[in-house]
Each structure stands twice: as structure tokens, then as C-alpha cells.
Design a protein around this ligand. Structure first.
Ligand code: 5GP
Ligand code: ZN
Length: 125
């Protein structure tokens, strides 16, 4: 996928510091964070999104969750959210599968403020 931004990042063609990497996955900070900590976990291989993954990708999908937990532990997050936007109507803007990890709030209800700010800015949560 020549034109895919996340493929370019995964191949190291766009300089980017990874917060995690192994043979299958990389994780890096979101350019427009919606939380104090906002990391994207992506497979190195191009998969369009959760809507098209296949049974052979099961292990990779499970690994994405465990890597998200590992990053959350590394960032010392006491609580966090994980989500995947699927399709344009689900708020997916980049069609290379990515798992969002957001957290870093200090109080239980702090998340709401961040989401409201994001909505005011016209962004997709
Ligand atoms: P989606 O809406 O597809 O679930 O999420 C795409 C995410 O990618 C957004 O949160 C957006 O801020 C992030 N993003 C878009 N372009 C870049 C980029 O060039 N670098 C990084 N690190 N994140 C990006
Ligand atoms: Zn890609």
C-alpha cells in the first residue's frame, strides 16, 4: 500500500518515535490527542480495518490488545480506554487498522471534559 500513511510510518519512511515495536506491531503517539495519553497500536502489515479482517488475523488482533495493555503499563495508566473506529460512519479516517489507547486522566470524570472539547472542535471521538 504505497499511499497508506500508516504503512509509511510502519516502514520507517516517515520519521516517528515508536513507543513500542516488535515483528508484527508498532505503537506511536497520535498526532492529535484526545486524552493526556493517546497512542495508536497498528499492525505492520496493511489491514484496512476491523470490518475486513479475517480468521487468519485472530492472533494478531489478540496481540494488539495485549500490546495496548503493555503500553498502558509502561505509561503507568491507572485506567484507560481502547477503541477501534470502523468505517466512515464509525469515525474511521485512516483505513489501516489501528487500536486507540487513551488515558492519563487524574479524576474519574475527566474523560467527559476531553470528549466535549473534542466535539466542540468538530473532531470525531
Ligand atoms: P481514526 O479516526 O481513523 O480512528 O483515527 C485516525 C487517527 O490518526 C486520528 O486520531 C488522527 O489524529 C491520527 N493521525 C492522523 N494522521 C496522523 C499522522 O500523520 N501521525 C500520527 N501519529 N497520527 C495521525
Ligand atoms: Zn497501510
Amino acid at each position: 500500500m504505497k499511499t497508506c500513511l500508516f504503512c509509511q510510518i510502519a516502514k520507517g519512511k516517515i520519521p516517528k518515535e515508536f513507543v513500542y515495536q516488535d515483528a508484527d506491531l508498532i505503537a506511536f503517539e497520535d498526532i492529535n490527542p484526545i486524552a493526556p495519553i493517546h497512542v495508536l497500536i497498528i499492525p505492520k502489515k496493511h489491514l484496512e480495518g476491523i470490518q475486513t479482517v479475517q480468521r487468519k488475523d485472530q492472533e494478531l488482533l489478540g496481540k494488539m490488545l495485549l500490546v495496548a495493555r503493555k503500553v498502558a503499563e509502561k505509561e503507568k495508566l491507572k485506567g484507560y480506554k481502547l477503541f477501534i473506529n470502523s468505517g466512515k460512519l464509525g469515525g474511521q479516517a485512516l483505513f489501516h487498522l489501528h487500536l486507540h489507547l487513551i488515558g492519563g486522566w487524574k479524576k474519574p470524570n475527566e474523560y467527559n471534559g476531553w470528549v466535549k472539547k473534542r466535539l466542540r472542535e468538530g473532531g470525531v471521538v
